[in-house]
Design a protein around this ligand. Sequence first.
Ligand code: TIU
Length: 220
Amino acid sequence: MPILQAEPDPLDFDPARTALIVIDMQRDFLEPGGFGEMLGNDVSLLQAAVGPCAAALASARAAGMMVVHTREGHRPDLSDAPPQKLSRGAPAKRIGDAGPMGRILIRGEAGHDIVPQLAPEAGEVVLDKPGKGAFHQTDLAQILANRSIDTLIVCGVTTEVCVHTTIREGNDRGYRCVALGDACASYFPEFHRVGLEMIKAQGGIFGWVTSTGAFTASLG
Ligand code: TIU
């Protein structure tokens, strides 16, 4: 079995029982002219994760690993969006409002799509999720159970929001969750750094952290 060099400890993993989960690498969060930039964020911070995510995807595909791409977004009628989430942010810049790449965080809109550099391939799972965590109100648990998955390699954006929530959810459900630090990113560099520290603190309180290079090396 491959050994993955990670913090706080190395772990062995069976690629046939491991899934790469790419979180919310969507145009609205990452591209200049999207919703993220409209809110005043420096999207180049998130762009830094695209190359490492592409490298992780290439390795996982070559190894025949399961790949899951998630997208955060809602039904066009907003019926699945809690009022508390809809009321966040300045008026006219909220979920469902007209944004620069279509309605903000609405399924089917251009900005909701995954960036072209990381486009899903045939046979990969694309998971639409209404929350920050990938398990909340989705069929991810069943999809992973059907393949006897026990380990999740997690990358994407943002480190402290959707990546963190998914790793916390996965850890509580019994999965071994490993963040690829350089393949995650945040609009807030300090949140990214501390977010990774939090996962691996206290002996790996809810997961492991490693690098894309260590992951690709472990697969040979
Ligand atoms: N995907 C994800 O993290 N969604 C967010 O809303 N993140 C923020 O950091 N805002």
